[in-house]
Design a protein around this ligand. Structure first.
Ligand code: AMP
Ligand code: MG
Length: 331
């Protein structure tokens, strides 16, 4: 398949929307990362998304809307919390999981009785969804397991020849995938941390919000080596990666010693040292840096942990540890 590169001109967005309406796939910019879009109501389009990404078909897709009013057509038993969160955070990097209507194909939700919804904060994405006149299912536009794409060139590197078109929009402003919040249980539960923080959600709802234990347990260095399912890598560079955690000055020194050692042993070593950089800037940069290291043929990445005292740092560490296959050394 020849993958067309499209601009953000009205003519090209019309063309992109027609591809989606016809059951094809178009990668498009969002504020979080680039998405691989297909018609969420068309099971064969959903199947094509899984195939293009090489993604296991039980990993559900996020459905992107242009207008919160569309949610009523897709969901059953909308909780009262939904409207409050949509009002406060949409368009934006918060995905809400609610019960689905039968009309939403199982192929889109990975067989789950729930559907994940979001309105992206990106003018090109919104216009594309409006023109397609259908909800757009869109996971990150990368090959499954690779770092998420934060610019169109990343999408081309992974999916050229596997999808119909790529819209050449701006690089993603946020750089990490959306916060995923499950509203179907007795209390709101964060399934994936992102830039919308539990504190902000709690403030909007006036009730406590918790992280799924599957997120927090692996973040605890004491439980990390024992926790199940930890060996699989996600968001991962080709290079081996180790995260160093501890006093920042000691971490820098240990990483430098290790770099020299490994270099002497013939390895090409890359380092990831963000120091005191502002957390939102780290979030924007992180996936792109992993891809750069791969491009320059790095064999080993030595990364300094970022502080998880604030929720944005916590989200970055969630991605960093997965990228490293949870290989942490405490110094
Ligand atoms: P991605 O599209 O690559 O950003 O991944 C989508 C994320 O949303 C995955 O982590 C899914 O597990 C999560 N997700 C999507 N739909 C649902 C759902 N119905 N229930 C729970 N999690 C979901
Ligand atoms: Mg993804």
């Amino acid at each position: 398949m020849k993958t067309r590169l499209l601009t953000t001109s009205p003519k090209h967005l019309r063309l992109a929307a027609d591809i989606i309406s016809a059951g094809g796939l178009v990668a498009f910019p969002t504020e979080t990362v680039y998405g691989l879009g297909g018609d969420a109501m068309n099971p064969s389009a959903a199947a094509l998304i899984y195939e293009a990404k090489g993604r296991p078909s039980d990993n559900p897709l996020i459905v992107h809307l242009a207008d919160p009013a569309e949610a009523v057509h897709l969901t059953e038993d909308i909780p009262e919390t939904f409207a409050r969160l949509a009002e406060r955070f949409w368009p934006g990097p918060l995905t809400l999981v609610v019960r689905k209507k039968a009309s939403v194909p199982d192929a889109t939700t990975g067989g789950l009785p729930t559907v994940a919804l979001r309105i992206p904060d990106n003018a090109v994405a919104l216009e594309l969804i409006r023109l397609a006149r259908t909800p757009v299912a869109a996971p990150s536009a990368n090959l499954s397991g690779h770092p998420s794409p934060t610019c169109w060139e990343h999408v081309r590197a992974d999916l050229d020849g596997r999808i119909d078109a790529i819209i050449k929009g701006d690089p993603s402003r946020v750089g990490l995938e959306s916060t995923v919040l499950d509203l179907t249980g007795p209390a709101p539960l964060i399934l994936r941390p992102g830039l919308v923080t539990p504190e902000e959600i709690e403030a909007a709802l006036g009730q406590p919000v918790t992280y799924d234990p599957a997120i927090t347990e692996p973040m605890d260095p004491k439980s990390a080596p024992r926790a199940p399912g930890m060996k699989y890598r996600h968001y991962a560079p080709r290079a081996e990666m180790i995260v160093f955690k501890g006093d920042p000055e000691v971490v820098v020194r240990i990483i430098e010693e290790r770099r020299l050692q490994e270099k002497a042993a013939g390895k090409k070593v890359g380092t990831l040292l963000y120091g005191q950089a502002e957390k939102h800037l780290i979030a924007r940069d992180f996936f792109s840096r992993l891809r750069q290291m791969d491009q320059t043929g790095v064999d080993l990445i030595l990364a300094a942990a970022v502080s998880t005292e604030d929720s944005v740092g916590f989200s970055i560490m969630n991605r960093m540890l997965k990228a490293a296959g949870y290989r942490i050394e405490e110094v």
